[in-house]
Design a protein around this ligand. Structure first.
Ligand SMILES: Nc1ncnc2c1ncn2[C@@H]1O[C@H](COP(=O)(O)OP(=O)(O)OP(=O)(O)O)[C@@H](O)[C@H]1O
Length: 269
């Protein structure tokens, strides 16, 4: 028997400022797996994460989390579901006026009435998981970019989420920090039994840890499946251009415009 999906999106349609982003798309996220969402800039990857997290509402379509409908649930049900989701957003800034310890403690204080010793144990466990227990007393300004990202990750897992969504977790990282983060995401996924969704432009890197991949372009899913099956689609020109980052291919260099000659003739002399 097929294991029930952790998260399922059916027939999603969504527009933003009159621009159609998703035209009847379906996604399946298996429990315990890492799924990468890839696609050119502005295609709607961050928007998809916001739809899953309920920060945006679908125009039409259905979203099921643990087989419960999120697209038409009450505010309280959405709040309960969101407690099971961790998010690490691109701009996932830490609170500058709070220490590393207090940043990680923040969601625990917000959602639970814990006594101080239990709170400390939980925070130290999360910091240990990202290798930064020794940095508990530092302030965010004292951290490198990579360390700050790891503290944000410790904060994202503070409430023991089932699902974690990463938006561009590697942006601005040097190669060493990038590899540390990749390893960490994979380890957390395995050790905590998380379902992970990663939106990123770092194609090669994310394919090294992902189980499944969706590639978006032109309001559609142009490829989906295991990493192996995606890489094997050598005849899919659009996919290849995207995966290999080629400047030549189906994705045009020129923004849609009128004929160049007639445009030049219109220039008043
Ligand atoms: N608050 C907003 N109001 C209106 N339109 C928005 C808003 N935020 C984003 N958009 C538009 O929605 C589209 C999708 O944006 P989104 O950030 O989801 O793309 P993306 O694929 O994540 O891009 P990138 O890879 O550059 O981060 C873009 O055309 C963007 O201009």
């Amino acid at each position: 028997m097929k294991t029930p999906l952790h998260l399922e999106i059916k027939n999603l349609c969504f527009s933003r400022s009159d621009k159609l982003l998703f035209n009847n798309l379906c996604f399946e996220f298996e429990r315990g797996k890492i799924t990468a969402i890839l696609g050119p800039s502005g295609i709607g990857k961050t928007t998809l994460l916001k739809l899953i997290g309920g920060q945006l509402a679908v125009d039409s379509g259905e979203i099921f989390f643990n087989q419960s409908a999120l697209h038409n649930c009450s505010t309280d049900e959405l709040y309960q579901a969101r407690k099971k989701m961790g998010m690490l957003f691109q701009s996932g800034a830490l609170f500058n006026e709070l220490s590393v310890f207090e940043n990680v403690a923040f969601p625990l204080r917000e959602h639970h009435q814990l006594d101080q010793s239990l709170l400390e144990i939980l925070v130290l466990m999360k910091l240990e998981a990202v290798g930064l227990r020794g940095a508990r007393d530092l302030m965010p300004q004292q951290l490198s970019g990579g360390m700050a990202r790891r503290v944000a990750l410790a904060r994202a897992i503070a409430l023991d989420p089932e699902l974690i969504m990463y938006d561009e977790p590697f942006s601005g990282q040097d190669p060493i920090s990038m590899n540390v983060l990749l390893k960490l995401i994979k380890q957390l996924n395995e050790n905590l039994g998380l379902t992970s969704i990663i939106v990123t432009h770092d194609v090669k890197e994310v394919l090294s840890i992902a189980d499944n991949v969706y590639v978006l372009a032109d309001e559609k899913i142009i490829a989906q499946g295991s990493v192996e099956s995606i890489l094997a689609q050598t005849e899919n020109e659009l996919l290849q251009q995207f995966l290999l980052g080629k400047s030549e291919g189906p994705v045009p260099f020129h923004f849609k415009s009128d004929d160049f000659q007639s445009d030049l003739q219109k220039v008043s002399r």
